[in-house]
Ligand binder design. Structure first.
Ligand code: FES
Ligand SMILES: [Fe+2]
Length: 391
């Protein structure tokens, strides 16, 4: 992010301090129907509209830098993989053999691929998806191999992130998707970071509950009282939207110190926690020397795969002390997110079944939760309108 923009955002945060009414997005208490978290029908429409109909972040480019390196979609509902070809081109394919449908890659390994060999009968595909070989091919006398290449979906990389459009084949430009945030994110040069670890766990909660728990600071003093709370005494959030995407800033306790740092040396992320919600399901937290990419992959209204990857700047984490610091960083993220935020989301999800609350109440400090919900609802409504217009 450009220095001038960082300073403008920092000024905004400093001005907002203590003026709680200016931080409110809505001027009234809101109610959010819990159907959003339980309805199978809404869930199916979300999958159809939000997850199949637009590009999604597939991960960080560090996993696919070299020819033959690849990343497997963590998501069983959209099983694809992204692979870097010998020609340097990044491609995505559905992870399904064209013979009898076996998955070509079952789990990620460290060695780069030279070809894709189906584990069932050994059909072999090039990294460009072309069917190259059929064992005992005389058993398939009428097959033209050119017709049985892997099914491609479109992949693109931009500013260190890899995006996949799971159902389209035309190319797309992630920077265009991100509008003004594209330049913002590009300035952070996320491509310099390398992966420390990716952890995938299943959470028993709706995907939106997991996203939305990151969108209010009201819970920090209480739920995170033994962990994050001392760092967020200022507590408030401020956000900007770019299309459906959000940039969110959470004021850290040291925010007032920003005024004592000469402007040239001031950095936004020294005083606020900055993250992007890349619609619909990815959160990228940008810190000084690490980034954390969380992706929420819906399995059912009450089940979501949560993929979290910690990346770091290699020159800032050197040797055993660097490894130790990274271990601690990941542990801290696991404690504050998995054991506190996402555990709470699971408990709330379980409680939805008892029918006590037909709606969840959102106070004046929780407006961003509704902002996200409205983005989702508007997308679903727009899709419904289009479908109604095209019987
Ligand atoms: S299913 Fe892949 S070779 Fe038979
Ligand atoms: Fe939290």
């Amino acid at each position: 992010m450009k220095h001038e923009r960082q300073m403008a955002l920092l000024d905004r945060m400093l001005e907002l301090r203590g003026r709680s009414e200016d931080q409110q997005i809505y001027d009234t208490v809101l109610r959010l129907s819990v159907d959003a978290y339980t309805s199978q029908e809404i869930f199916e429409r979300e999958l159809d509209t939000l997850f199949s109909g637009s590009p999604l972040v597939a991960g960080h480019v560090d996993s696919v830098r070299e020819p033959g390196s690849y990343m497997l979609s963590d998501w069983t509902r959209q099983p694809y993989f992204v692979v870097r070809g010998e020609d340097g081109v990044l491609r995505a394919f559905l992870n399904t053999c064209r013979h009898r449908g076996a998955p070509l890659i079952v789990r990620e390994k460290d060695e780069p691929l030279r070809a894709l060999v189906c584990p069932f009968h050994g059909w072999t595909y090039g990294l460009d998806g072309a069917l190259r070989g059929i064992p005992r091919s005389s058993a398939f006398p009428c097959i033209d191999k050119r017709d049985y290449g892997l099914k491609a979906c479109s992949a693109a990389e931009s500013a260190g992130l890899v995006w996949v459009h799971p159902t389209r084949h035309e190319s797309f430009d992630p920077a265009q998707e991100l509008g003004a945030f594209a330049e913002d994110i590009a300035e952070f040069r996320l491509e310099r970071y390398v992966s420390y670890k990716r952890v995938v766990t299943e959470k028993k909660a709706n995907w939106k509950l997991l996203v939305q728990i990151n969108l209010e600071g009201y819970h920090v003093a209480h739920l995170h009282k033994g962990t994050l709370a001392p760092n967020f005494r200022e507590g408030f959030l401020s956000h900007d939207a770019e299309g459906p995407h959000l940039r969110v800033m959470a004021a850290q306790t040291n925010l007032p110190d920003a005024e004592n740092v000469p402007e040239k040396q001031r950095k936004l992320i020294d005083f606020v926690t900055l993250f992007y919600v890349l619609f619909p399901n990815t959160i990228v937290i940008v810190r000084n020397d690490t980034i954390l990419i969380s992706r929420f992959l819906p399995l059912a209204p009450d089940r979501t795969l949560c993929s979290q990857e910690l990346l770091y700047l290699p020159d800032k984490y050197v040797g055993e002390s660097g490894r130790k610091a990274l271990r601690n960083r990941l542990l801290y993220a696991e404690v504050t997110m998995d054991d506190e935020d996402y555990m709470m989301a699971e408990r709330i999800q379980a409680n939805l079944l008892n029918g006590v609350n037909e709606t969840h109440m959102l106070g004046l400090e929780e407006g961003l939760v509704m902002v996200f919900q409205e983005i989702v609802s508007k997308r679903l409504a727009a899709r419904d309108a289009t479908t109604a217009g095209n019987p």
